[in-house]
Design a protein around this ligand. Structure first.
Ligand code: ADP
Ligand code: MG
Length: 404
């Protein structure tokens, strides 16, 4: 590596292998320099982007301007810290002729370019390619749901992407490990072009709307293009796909707002305690349970107990013991595709809907029974086991009267 013309910053883990690459050479000539170029599915791009293989890793290299390379590298790091699904930055390199020269003449017509390096997101496919495939409505919508989640997560964290197009989204199945070490796969959308990202203290609604509309133009554009190119796939109504995305986006935004409110009110971290909440009404029910607990504590205490204190006590006295009972009950086998924590969260959402239907708070006992009737894979012995479980759970509560 000829350091005379280069400024670089490599992530430690990748440094050894990145150091040996021909950074003085524009990307279009890298194959002449003996670099192993790999051919992967890639969306249309303005810059030259190439995938390469080193001894232990595969990287995507984008040739761009010095400022953009530095900015994009930094931005990926910030996005990851904020929990956004995006590319892993490996480094950036800036090349300039006479980089450290003081001579005025050397600065004229100076040849300069730069690279931003990310780790190849393997097994991912650009949304713009997937959208050309002849999927069922349902499968196409699973993808839009993942995109809605990405956009809602960005906006919830006051991040404006500025280039939310199908070309810049990678779709991928990721493995999710729950708190008990069990894995499941979920489809997720990844932000794959961070050049225009902006972080705000408070992202205003106009930006959010503009971002969604921008995504719609991209969706509409690709849709028209695939029709024009006679791509073999059934006719798709871009507007109705977009309506679906918007609905999912709004649901997610509502859920995130509810989570934020819940965390502020109770001081409990939702992810830590309840792992994954899909339905904001679960939190409504849980909050109600905590309020009941607060009421009980205040009955038995001279000083006023705050909701935060009550929530902390509720986790210890009520919530953990309930989860413990669910665990002993072997819930994953009786209620497939769930674990004790999410089972609890789902039962609480069920309690919410049932209470609305009945016009009164149905209590946890009725909620568990009704939920079991609906969802458990049951035979006689399971019904008995559920009844026993309910009895044990009821014993956990020091205040029985409100549970009936
Ligand atoms: N690390 C990566 N893993 C997989 N695909 C990538 C990676 N980096 C870039 N790509 C693909 O290359 C495309 C072009 O990169 P992008 O940053 O969008 O360039 P441009 O700024 O010119 O649009 C992306 O949209 C994506 O499909
Ligand atoms: Mg792009």
């Amino acid at each position: 590596m000829n350091n005379k013309n280069l400024v670089f910053n490599f992530h430690d883990e990748y440094s050894e292998e990145l150091k040996t690459l021909p950074w003085e050479t524009p990307l279009e000539h890298w194959q002449d320099k003996g670099v192993e170029i790999i051919d992967l599915r890639k969306a249309h791009s303005r810059h030259l982007v190439r995938f390469i293989k080193t001894k232990s890793y595969s990287f995507a290299i984008k040739q761009t301007t010095p400022l953009a390379a530095y900015f994009e590298y930094e931005t990926y790091g910030k996005l990851l810290i904020k929990g956004i699904h995006t590319l892993i930055p490996a480094g950036y390199v800036i090349f300039k002729d006479h980089l450290f020269s003081k001579k005025k003449d050397d600065k004229i017509n100076q040849n300069e370019f730069a690279f931003v390096i990310t780790v190849v997101e393997s097994k991912s496919i650009p949304h713009s390619i997937l959208f050309s495939w002849d999927f069922t409505d349902e499968n196409r919508r699973v993808i839009f749901k993942a995109v809605a989640e990405l956009l809602a997560t960005l906006h919830n964290k006051n991040i404006f992407w500025g280039d939310a197009s199908l070309s810049n989204i990678l779709i991928k199945f990721i493995k999710i490990v729950d708190e008990w070490g069990r894995t499941k796969t979920e489809l997720k959308a990844f932000l794959a072009d961070a050049e225009t990202v902006q972080f705000f203290d408070n992202l205003n609604d106009q930006f959010k709307e503009d971002e969604l509309n921008y995504f719609f133009s991209s969706l509409d554009w690709f849709n028209d293009k695939f029709i024009e190119d006679r791509v073999k796939r059934k006719i798709i109504n871009a507007k109705s796909d977009f309506q679906y995305l918007k609905e999912k986006y709004n649901n997610k935004i509502d859920l995130f707002n509810k989570i934020d409110d819940f965390e502020k009110e109770t001081g409990l971290n939702v992810k830590e305690h309840f792992y994954q909440v899909e339905d904001k009404n679960s939190l409504e029910s849980i909050l109600k349970q905590i309020e009941e607990h607060k009421w009980y504590l205040n009955e038995n205490c001279e000083d006023e107990i705050s909701l935060v204190e009550a929530a902390k006590d509720w986790v210890e006295i009520i919530y953990h013991p309930i989860i413990n009972e669910f665990e002993k009950f072997d819930s994953p086998n009786l209620f497939p595709y769930t674990n004790s924590v999410s089972l609890y969260v789902q039962i609480m959402a069920h309690k919410y809907y049932l209470s609305i239907e009945k016009g009164k708070d149905v209590g946890i006992k009725t909620a568990i029974l009704s939920y079991s009737e609906k969802y458990a894979e049951k035979d006689e012995s399971v019904v008995t086991a559920i009844k026993n479980l309910i009895n044990r759970i009821i014993k956990i509560f020091p205040y029985k009267n409100i549970l009936e």
